[in-house]
Ligand binder design. Structure first.
Ligand SMILES: C[S@@+](CC[C@H](N)C(=O)[O-])C[C@H]1O[C@@H](n2cnc3c(N)ncnc32)[C@H](O)[C@@H]1O
Ligand SMILES: [Zn+2]
Length: 463
C-alpha cells in the first residue's frame, strides 16, 4: 500500500470492475477505488457489478468512462496505488501513470506482450520500451528489467524515480510493483541502476555494462558516463562476437524485506488465498534469489554448448559455492542459476566436469571446443556444499507449480503450429495444451533434457 492510512486506488483499465471490487472488498483500509475504462459497455458492466456487490462497494468504488491517460494527467500525484492492466503492452500508459502516483505510492503494472519483450521483434520492443531485448534463457527476467527501466525513464522526466518492491513473471505475463518518489538529487543516480547487456552469440557468456558511474572526491560526488566497453570485440571464452541489449534495470527488482514480510503474512492467512500453493511457491523462490545479481545462466544450456552430460544442479551449485561465490535459483525459470561467479569461473567448473566426463570430439571451431581447449585455472570441487540446496528445497516447499486449469492463458495465433520455439515465451505447458493433444506436465522439473534448439537467427541459443 502507499503511505497514507486510507489509501486511494485507481484502476486505470478496469473493464467490468472485477479487480476494483476485489480491492475494495478484500484490502483492509482502502478508502476509495476509482475504476476507469474507455469503453461505455465496460463502464456500464462495472456499475452493475458495483451495485451487485452491495452498499460497501457502492460507497467505495466509483466507475468512470474516460481515457485513462487523460485522467491520470489531470490527477497528478493523487493516488496511493495505481494499477495498469492492459491488453498487451502498458507502454502508452506509463508516462501519465508515473505522474499520477503520490510520493511513496505504488504503481502496479502488467505487460502481456511477452513475444515483444522476449525478443521476437527487437525493434518493436525498442520503440515501445526504449530497450533492446536479448533472446536467451533469461529473457523473462530481462523482460521484467526492460519494463522497470522504461518506468524509471518515464519517472525521471518528472524528477521522480522508482524503487521496485516486487517483480514477477507468471504464466504468460509479467507484473511489477514499484514505489515512486520525487527527488531531483536521486534521479542523477538513475544511470547507476541501468546496464547494457552483452550476450555472446556463440556461447552462454553474458556481461553487463552500467550506464553511469560516480566519483567521490572529498565531499563532492560527481556523475559520469560509465567506462566501456566491458567486453572485447570477441568473446574471451569462445571467440565469437556479442549482441548488445538493454538498457535494463540492473539494480534489485524486489525489496527483500518486503518479500519476506509478505511471505510470512501470506502463510499466516493461508485460508484466505485459494491460490496459496502458487503464491507460496513464487514468493519463496523470489525470497531466495540473489537480489544483486541480474539475469542467470542455465546449466543445461552450458552443457548443450559443450555437448557434455550435465552435473546435477546440486553438484554445480556446490562447485560454485566451493569456489567462493554465491548461487541461487530464479523464479522465472526452474533451470536458471544466478551467481556472482564470473563467466570464466563458470566455464572453468564445466571444464573440470568434462575432464571427468569426456565428450565425443567436436569440430575445432565449435564454441564448445574453443572453450574446452583452454585449461581451467581453478580445480573445481563438486563435493556437496551445505548451502547447495535452497531453503525451500530443504523444507520441500514446491518452487514451481503447473497451472491446474486446462486452456489457461493465451494461445498461439490461430493456424500456427505450436513448436518448442513457443516454450520460451508461453512456458512449457504450451507444448502439452489441447492443440498438441498432450496432458499438462509438472513444471517442477529441475533437470529436463539438456537438448536445446539450434541457434536462432541472432545466433543466441534457446531452449
Ligand atoms: C485487460 S482489460 C482490463 C482487465 C481488468 N483489469 C480486470 O482485471 O478485469 C483492459 C481494459 O482496458 C480498457 N482500455 C483500453 N485503452 C484504454 C484507455 N486509453 N483508457 C481507459 N481504458 C482503456 C479496455 O476497454 C479494456 O476493458
Ligand atoms: Zn562466447
Amino acid at each position: 500500500m502507499g503511505h497514507s492510512c486510507h489509501p486511494s486506488l485507481y484502476e486505470a483499465l478496469a473493464a467490468s470492475g472485477l479487480r476494483a471490487l476485489r480491492y475494495a472488498r478484500e484490502v483492509e483500509g482502502i478508502a476509495k477505488v476509482i475504476a476507469l475504462d474507455i469503453e461505455q459497455a465496460s463502464v456500464e458492466a462495472c456499475r452493475k457489478n458495483i451495485e451487485f456487490n452491495g452498499p460497501m462497494a457502492c460507497s467505495k468504488v466509483e466507475a468512470n468512462q474516460a481515457d485513462a491517460r487523460v485522467y491520470m494527467l489531470t490527477h497528478p500525484k493523487e493516488f496511493d496505488v495505481v494499477d495498469i492492466d492492459p491488453y498487451g503492452s502498458p507502454s502508452t500508459f506509463l508516462d501519465s501513470a508515473v505522474q499520477s502516483v503520490s510520493d511513496g505510492g505504488i504503481l502496479m503494472c502488467t505487460a502481456t506482450d511477452m513475444a515483444v519483450l522476449c525478443g521476437t521483434s527487437a525493434e518493436v520492443c525498442y520503440s515501445k520500451y526504449g530497450s533492446y531485448p536479448v533472446k536467451g534463457k533469461y529473457c523473462h527476467e530481462m523482460a521484467l528489467r526492460i519494463l522497470l527501466a522504461s518506468i524509471e525513464s518515464h519517472a525521471n522526466r518528472y524528477k521522480r524515480y522508482i524503487v521496485p518492491v516486487l517483480s514477477v513473471h507468471m504464466d504468460f505475463y509479467i507484473r511489477v510493483f514499484v514505489r515512486i518518489f520525487t527527488s531531483a538529487g536521486e534521479i542523477k543516480n538513475a544511470p547507476l541502476k541501468l546496464s547494457y547487456v552483452y550476450q555472446c552469440v556463440g556461447c552462454d557468456s553474458f556481461h553487463l555494462q552500467t550506464l553511469g558511474r560516480v566519483v567521490t572526491k572529498n565531499n563532492s560526488v560527481k556523475h559520469y558516463p560509465g567506462f566501456g566497453p566491458t567486453v572485447p570485440q570477441e568473446c574471451a571464452d569462445c571467440g565469437k562476437r556479442f549482441n548488445m541489449g538493454g538498457p535494463i534495470w540492473s539494480a534489485p527488482m524486489h525489496d527483500q524485506d518486503w518479500v519476506l514480510s509478505i511471505l510470512e503474512n501470506v502463510k499466516s492467512m493461508r485460508e484466505r488465498y485459494p491460490a496459496y500453493e502458487k503464491i507460496l511457491a513464487v514468493l519463496t523462490t523470489i525470497s531466495e534469489e540473489l537480489h544483486d545479481v541480474p539475469l542467470f545462466v542455465s546449466l543445461h544450456n552450458l552443457c548443450a554448448t559443450l555437448k557434455c552430460t550435465s552435473p546435477s544442479a546440486v553438484m554445480f551449485r556446490s562447485a560454485v559455492l566451493n569456489a567462493g561465490y554465491r548461487i541461487s535459483g530464479s523464479h522465472v525459470n526452474p533451470l536458471g542459476l544466478k551467481s556472482d561467479a564470473p563467466m570464466e569461473v563458470i566455464w572453468d567448473i564445466m571444464r573440470c566436469w568434462v575432464k571427468n566426463h569426456p565428450i565425443k570430439a567436436q569440430p575445432p571451431d565449435h564454441p564448445g571446443s574453443v572453450i574446452l581447449s583452454k585449461e581451467p585455472k581453478i580445480q573445481a570441487n563438486f563435493s556437496r556444499a551445505v548451502a547447495s540446496l535452497s531453503k525451500a528445497q530443504v523444507k520441500k516447499v514446491k518452487r514451481f507449480l503447473p497451472n491446474r486449469e486446462k486452456n489457461w492463458g493465451p494461445k498461439v495465433r490461430a493456424g500456427r503450429q505450436i513448436t518448442s520455439k513457443h516454450v520460451s515465451i508461453y512456458g512449457p505447458n504450451v507444448l502439452n495444451s489441447d492443440e498438441n493433444g498432450g496432458d499438462p506436465v509438472e513444471t517442477n522439473n529441475e533437470e529436463p533434457s539438456a537438448k536445446r534448439q539450434k541457434a536462432d537467427n541472432n545466433g543466441v541459443t534457446q531452449s
